[in-house]
Design a protein around this ligand. Structure first.
Ligand code: BG6
Length: 484
C-alpha cells in the first residue's frame, strides 16, 4: 500500500542533548525516515546542540553511525543518508553558561518553523528556556518539545510547568509521551470513533473488564540509577498506561482537535478513584537467564523500588461504574508483549444447550509485537453433530491487512516530531493533564512508602509476582497470557 505523505513546512529543529542516547536511537533515525519518505523537505535543517566540542563533520559522522546502527538495513540508502546528513549542523552549547548561544542565534533562521527539542534532564529545562528567550532565539511562534520524566510527583511537575510557562504559552509546549505516537494507539481512537459498531456497547453495561498489559523482557541494565528513583509506577503507569486508559475510557470528543481530545482525557483522569492497598501488587525481578536481578542493577542493595506493578483501577463515572480496569507492567517478563483486552459480558440469555462452549467476546488491541486487532467471536463448530459452539478470532494484523512490511510501520517518534512541525498538539500531553495524572499517582506511591512495603520477588522470564494472579482471582477473573 502506498502511504500518502504530505510534506511539512520548512523547519529548523534544534535538538538539545543531540549527542544523547534518545537522539541517536530515536530522534535522528526517525527524522531520516521522514526525510526518506519525502516529508521533510530538502531545505529543512536539524541542529544538534550539546556540550561536547564537535565540529559539524564530527557530529555528522556520529549521526551516520547511529543511522547504520538503528535504521533497518533495507532502509539504509547511501545517497539519501548523504543528503540527510548535509541537512545537519552542530552547535556546542552550555545550558548553564553563555558559550554557544550567539552561534545558535545566527544558525537558526527566522522565516521558517523553529522547534527546540529538550532531550536533556528536566533540571535543565529552565536554563534552556531562559537563555533561548534572553537571546531572542525563540518568539511566540517557536515550539518547544520536552521529554519525560515530566516531574516525579505533582509538586515537581507543577514547578516544571511554571518554569516553562514563564517563557512559552501552553500552545507552544509539546510534552512527549511516545505511546501516543504508536500507530495502534492512534488506531484506538479510529476504531472507537470512526465506527458505529463498538461505541453503543462501549460501557459498563456490556463490558465486563479491561486489561492493559505492557510487558517487557529487558531489565533496567545501565539505567539503574534513574530507575531506582522512579520505578514502574512513575516510569510507565503515570504516563504511558494512563494515556492508554484515557483513550479507552474517554467520551467521544466533539472533534479530533487538541483541546477537545485532551479535555476528554483529563475528565477520565479526574474520575479515577484512589487505589486501595488491596488493589496493588508490586514486584522486583530476581536474577535469571544469565542476567543479574534488579538489586544488582540498583545502587541500593535494599532498594524497595518496583520493576513490576499491577493495579485494579476504577473510573467513577456513569459509563464505567462497575467495570474495573486492570493494569500491569513489568521488566524482565516472559515476553515483550503489550495489549489492551476488552472483555465483554455474557449475552443476557442463552438459547443453546452447549453452555460449556461459550466464551466471552474479547476485543484485543495489540500494541506490540504484530500491531493489530483481534475480535474473539462465537461461531458454530463446523460439521454435523448438533449445535456446538466455538470461539474464533477475527484477526486483523495491520501489516497483513494493509500489505505492509513491519518495517513500514512508522516509529512513534516519526509521527510526533512531524506533528510538532505541523503545530498539532493532539498527541501531546497538556500541562493540566500531567498534573492530574500525578495527583492520582502521588497518594498511591506515598501509601506504599509510608507503609514501608517491599515489592515481591518474581522470577526473570515469568509473568510477574504470584500475588498479581490473586488480584484478578479474587474478582473471579484471570489475566490473559503473556505470549512469548
Ligand atoms: C520508556 C520507559 O518511557 O518506555 C522505559 O522509560 C520503557 O523504561 C519504554 O522500557 C518502553 O517503550 P516501548 O516503546 O519500547 O514500549
Amino acid at each position: 500500500m502506498v502511504s500518502r505523505v504530505i510534506p511539512v513546512d520548512t523547519f529548523d529543529l534544534v535538538i538539545f542533548g543531540g549527542t544523547g542516547d534518545l537522539a541517536r536511537r530515536k530522534i535522528f533515525p526517525g527524522l531520516y525516515r521522514r526525510f526518506m519518505a519525502g516529508q521533510m523537505n530538502a531545505d529543512s535543517r536539524i541542529i544538534g546542540a550539546a556540550r561536547a566540542k564537535n565540529s559539524d563533520e564530527q557530529f555528522r559522522a556520529m549521526i551516520h553511525d547511529s543511522l547504520l546502527e538503528f535504521v533497518p538495513k533495507d532502509r539504509q540508502d547511501d545517497k539519501v543518508i548523504e543528503a540527510f546528513l548535509a541537512r545537519i549542523d552542530y552547535v556546542s552549547i552550555d545550558a548553564k553558561e553563555e558559550s554557544g548561544w550567539t552561534k545558535l542565534k545566527s544558525t537558526v533562521r527566522a522565516n521558517v518553523v523553529r522547534a527546540f527539542y529538550f532531550s536533556v534532564a528536566p533540571a535543565l529545562f529552565g536554563d534552556l528556556a531562559e537563555r533561548l528567550h534572553a537571546h531572542a532565539i525563540t518568539d511566540a511562534t517557536s515550539r518547544v518539545v520536552v521529554e519525560k520524566p515530566f516531574g516525579r510527583d505533582l509538586a515537581t511537575a507543577k514547578a516544571l510547568n511554571a518554569t516553562l510557562a514563564k517563557y512559552f504559552a501552553e500552545t507552544q509546549i509539546y510534552r512527549i509521551d511516545h505511546y501516543l505516537g504508536k500507530e495502534t494507539v492512534q488506531n484506538l481512537m479510529a476504531v472507537r470513533f470512526a465506527n458505529i459498531l463498538f461505541e453503543p456497547i462501549w460501557k459498563a453495561q456490556y463490558i465486563d473488564h479491561v486489561q492493559i498489559t505492557v510487558a517487557e523482557t529487558v531489565g533496567v541494565d545501565g539505567r539503574g540509577a534513574y530507575y531506582d528513583k522512579s520505578g514502574a509506577m512513575r516510569d510507565m503507569v503515570q504516563n504511558h498506561m494512563m494515556q492508554l486508559l484515557c483513550l479507552i475510557a474517554m467520551e467521544p470528543p466533539y472533534h479530533f482537535d487538541p483541546d477537545a481530545v485532551r479535555d476528554e482525557k483529563l475528565k477520565v483522569i479526574r474520575a479515577l478513584e484512589p487505589v486501595t492497598v488491596n488493589d496493588i501488587v508490586r514486584g522486583q525481578y530476581l536474577a535469571g537467564g544469565g542476567e543479574g536481578g534488579y538489586i544488582e542493577h540498583s545502587e541500593n542493595p535494599n532498594s524497595k523500588t518496583e520493576s513490576y506493578v499491577a493495579l485494579r483501577v476504577n473510573v467513577a463515572n456513569w459509563r464505567w461504574k462497575g467495570t474495573p480496569f486492570y493494569l500491569r507492567t513489568g521488566k524482565r517478563l516472559r515476553a515483550r508483549y503489550s495489549e489492551i483486552a476488552i472483555t465483554f459480558k455474557e449475552p443476557p440469555h442463552s438459547i443453546f444447550d452447549d453452555a460449556k462452549g461459550w466464551k466471552a467476546n474479547v476485543l484485543v488491541i495489540r500494541l506490540q509485537p504484530n500491531e493489530g486487532m483481534n475480535l474473539m467471536v462465537m461461531i458454530k463448530e463446523p460439521g454435523p453433530g448438533g449445535m456446538r459452539l466455538m470461539q474464533v478470532p477475527l484477526d486483523m494484523t495491520f501489516a497483513d491487512a494493509l500489505g505492509q512490511d513491519a518495517e513500514d510501520v512508522p516509529d512513534a517518534y516519526e509521527r510526533l516530531i512531524m506533528d510538532v512541525i505541523r503545530g498539532n498538539q493532539t498527541l501531546f500531553m497538556r500541562g493540566d493533564e500531567v498534573e492530574a495524572a500525578w495527583a492520582w499517582t502521588d497518594p498511591i506511591i506515598q501509601g506504599w512508602e509510608a507503609r514501608g512495603d517491599k515489592p515481591q520477588d518474581y522470577d526473570a522470564g515469568s509473568s510477574g509476582p504470584e500475588d498479581a494472579l490473586m488480584l484478578l482471582h479474587k474478582d473471579g477473573r484471570r489475566w490473559r497470557e503473556i505470549k512469548g
